[in-house]
Design a protein around this ligand. Structure first.
Ligand code: KG4
Ligand code: ZN
Length: 331
């Protein structure tokens, strides 16, 4: 069975071919245009998707060594994401489904981040916990079986990735700041500054307090000395902020593992690429005796491989759609 995956929910145009349990290609065209604006500009994202989609899909097909006619299923992200961006991928997928006379499968982008953990071995065993941390979401999800999910809790305000990006911006880092902060944090001291860690009841998260606290911390430095201060303390600031972002995540994972007696925990979403988070999860897994699984780096941030594998898992279970499939902007 050959599945084509298409992803266009935000600022990555991506296509992948998943054939008989093997990821044969995963082409990702990142839109550099947004960097100069310090964030994703929806209208520009839609236009860039439109320009790149055919090239990306044809490259994925070519790299996989298959022909368009051999594709059995077309999987496409239908939300959540930017409406105009989603429409490009979805309309393209519909056109192709019509032309090839093949079924279309709508894939939830957040689900796909979780099922990215099913691309390689070892695959997680049900039930498991997913800490889904991306630019738009921070969620703890109890995954009971294929596509049987219970949301335990999520963020009340900013997502973890958003916190990295917004605080990074205050420190003068380019967008997206998450990966840059990650790199700098490795050379810094996470205990250098004590920033507040939100510890809400249950499984909820909040990052707005941390954001404000870093802002006040920087504003306390005389304006003409601020840039020098940031430069001199950049690594320690990044490490301390990363510590404050990751610590609540780890504590809630520990709570959920104990409460639901879970044996497996997976990471999902762009922030799962974060070194400090992965290291802390590894340590917690050892202590609490659960299996910790994370996608390989290429499958952490937005990609179509995760869409292809999720679409394939859905199609195997008869969860297919038709040409009336609609996009949705938020959950
Ligand atoms: O999943 P993703 O690619 O897109 C969304 O669905 O949102 O996640 C993007 C987010 C951005 O906020 C980015 O800064 C963050 O993931 N991110 C990271 C790292 N790599 C990406 N945050 C921290 N450390 C990283 N290594
Ligand atoms: Zn994503």
């Amino acid at each position: 069975m050959i599945t084509l995956g298409i992803e266009s929910s935000c600022d990555e145009t991506s296509a992948a071919i998943y054939a008989n349990g093997e990821m044969r290609s995963n082409v990702i065209a990142t839109q550099a245009i947004h960097e100069q604006f310090g964030g994703v500009v929806p209208e520009l994202a839609s236009r860039a998707h439109q320009q790149k989609i055919w090239g990306t899909v044809s490259q994925a097909v070519q790299e996989a060594g298959v022909s368009l006619e051999e594709i059995d299923t077309i999987a496409v992200t239908n939300g959540p994401g930017l409406m105009g961006a989603l429409l490009v991928g979805l309309s393209f997928a519909k056109g192709l489904a019509l032309r090839l006379n093949k079924p279309i499968v709508g894939v939830n982008h957040m689900d796909a981040h979780i099922y990215a953990n099913f691309i390689d071995e070892p695959k997680p065993e049900f039930p498991f916990l997913s800490l889904t941390v991306s630019g738009g979401h921070t969620q703890l999800v109890l995954v009971k079986d294929y596509f049987e999910h219970e949301l335990l809790g999520q963020t009340r305000d900013d997502a973890a990735g958003e916190a990295f990006d917004k605080i990074g911006k205050m420190l003068g880092l380019p967008y997206p700041a998450g990966p840059v902060m990650d790199r700098l944090a490795k050379e810094g001291n996470p205990q250098a500054f004590s920033f507040p860690q939100s510890l809400l009841e249950g499984y909820e998260f909040s990052y707005s307090g941390l954001k404000t606290s870093v802002l006040y911390h920087l504003q306390a430095v005389n304006e003409d000395k601020r840039e020098t201060y940031i430069q001199e303390n950049l690594r320690d600031l990044c490490a301390s902020v990363s510590h404050a972002i990751t610590e609540p995540l780890i504590k809630k994972v520990k709570k959920a593992v104990r409460e639901f007696k879970l044996k497996t925990v997976v990471l999902a979403g762009g922030v799962s690429a974060n070194y400090m988070l992965r290291t802390k999860m590894e340590a917690l897994a050892k202590k609490e005796r659960f299996e910790f699984i994370a996608p390989k780096m290429a499958y952490c941030t937005d990609n179509a491989a995760m869409i292809a594998v999720t679409g394939s898992l859905k199609a195997e279970r008869g969860l297919i759609d038709d040409l009336s499939l609609k996009p949705f902007a938020s959950l």
